[in-house]
Structure formats: structure tokens, C-alpha cells
Design a protein around this ligand. Sequence first.
Ligand code: CDP
Length: 335
Amino acid sequence: MLARCYRPKLSVWAALCVLVLCWFYIFPDYSVPRDKDIVEEVLRQGDVWHKNQTGIDLYRKLLTECCNPKRMFAVTKENSPMGKVLWYDGEIYHWHTVNNDTYPLFVQGSPLQLPLKKCAVVGNGGILRHSKWGRDIDQADFIMRCNLPPISKKYVEDVGTRTHLVTANPSIIEKRFKSLLWSRKAFVDSMKVYGSSYIYMPAFSMRPGTDPSLRAYHALADSNSSLTMLFANPEFLGTVGKFWKTHGVHARRLSTGLFLISLALGVCDEVTAYGFWPFSVGLDGQPISHHYYDNILPYKWFHAMPEEFVQLWHLHKSGTLRMRVGQCPSQNGGS
Ligand code: CDP
């Protein structure tokens, strides 16, 4: 009798426990360092940096094992033949089956000419403004940029001019180019600044992103653009997301910059990251804008850029990659 009375209560407790566990899985208990503490930590470290080949080899091995960036970062005819099901990484249950319309749009195999020696990954952080890293960035062998950023004359000194791969979020196509439903000219013209680089679009991540991405492909192809469209492989994006989750990054979705750094760590001999600084003050304690070109903040809860920065800073301190924050010493009167 007594046991029968308690049974419902036990199941309530069990359900509560499951809920709490789920809560901690989705929103784990981690502490985000304060902007001030990060600034102090970065200033303490100063310009000290030593390349660590063991760290570089280790991360290349870990990323190759989990995510195989070389083969999987883009959708190719080799990794996604006709009939292959591409599961959207940003949706719960949605897929695209490769068909006669999409298969011809994919490049044949991995488009990267490996090995890539020095890679520069350029984030869009406001820390780049007046930094004068442009010349240093332009000296890299392979330069990656995020979200079709401006690289006009106004910013050249700070961000450089050359680009080998640039990402384009479908939401930019929707907002800036009205989904390419009315005119393609503004889009095609504004892409010329990226020369003959790869344009990397997550066409199969979220449902609303597919059509604008395919329209962007056709707009470039029909205008004989010298850019090559690469569609981000949702399997790669998913496995990279899981990789960083086990390394302390708890975001609904990784930032574009971290996807590119993961690719670079997997395929480049040396990685330098610029413009990664998701904090509201610079190293001099003065307020800075979120981007080097505007101050539009990201959606709260979507990315976890400060946690990403902490992981990247660990990699910097261990000599696995180099983070460039603050100003370029050689262009600002330093050595
Ligand atoms: O699309 P998403 O919000 O990820 O990127 P974005 O605002 O266009 O910036 C490109 C990348 O730069 C981000 O994905 C971050 O990795 C990095 N970023 C940063 O570290 N700090 C900032 N204040 C802004 C961007």
C-alpha cells in the first residue's frame, strides 16, 4: 500500500532529474571570464609566442579523426554522389537528397591544393580597426574571411586586400541583396572585390538558407564570375560543432570564424587568427565596436564567442596557432 502511494512521486522525481540533466546538457554550468580579466590576461602574455609543432600535429590529428576537414569541409561530387542524403546540421529533422538539380553544382573533389603553408583566418572583430595588420595578413599563403566583409580602401591597412576563401551566410543574401529575387547585378559586382577566391556557403544547414544559396550559385555562374562556389558540408559543420562541445564551447551554433579556424588547423602548417575579440573593450580599456565596420551585435544565446575565444587563447598560449590582438607592432612604430 505504502509503496503504491510513493510510486507516482518517484516517477516525478525521475522526470525532474532527467529534465535537470537535459538542462545542464543544453545550458552547461560554465563561467564566462569578464572582459577586464581577459584584457589583463592578454596584456600579461604580451607578444610572447613560441610555435609548438607537437601541438600543431596533435590538433591536425584530432580534427582529421573527428571531422576530416580536407575531404569533408565542402560538398563535393566525391563525398556527395547522386542520391546521397545531406542532413541539415542546423535543423532537427530535415534533409536534402542530392539530385539532378544539385549534383552538377558541386565541385569534383577537395578543392584545396595541399599542403597550405601559412594561413590567415580573419574574423570581423572591431579590434581590427586601426590595427594595421593588413600587410601581415596579405603575406599569408591562404587567406580566409567571414561573411563577405568589406575590404575597401578604407580598411585595407587593417584587414588587407587578398582573399582565397570567403564565407557567405545566406541571411546576407536575403538582407543585403533581397534574396536575389529582383536583381543580381549588385551582388555580382560586389563579389568582384574577392577576386578568384572560393565563396563558401552553408546551403544545407538551415532550411531557409538553401534557395538563396542556390540562387547565389546561379547568379555567379551566369555572369562568368571568377569566384568558385563551395557549399559547406553539413556533416563537417556538425562534427566540428561536436568537437568543440567536448572542448568547452557550449553554443547553439559555432561562430563562422571558429569553423574556419577548425578547417585551417586541419589543413594548414601554420595558422594565424586576426580580428577574434568578442569583447566590448580593447586592450587599452576603451570601448570598441563589435565589427571593424559596424556595431551590430550578434543574437544573444546563438553563439558563444567569449568561450570560443578562451579555447583559442589556450591554443595561442600552447603555440598551436597564433592570435593577433591589439595593433601590429611593426606598423605602429614597434619592432
Ligand atoms: O556570422 P557570425 O556572427 O559568426 O560572424 P561575424 O560577426 O560576421 O564575424 C566573423 C567571425 O569573427 C565570427 O564568427 C567570430 O568568430 C569572429 N568575431 C570575433 O571573434 N569577435 C567579434 N567582436 C566579432 C567577430
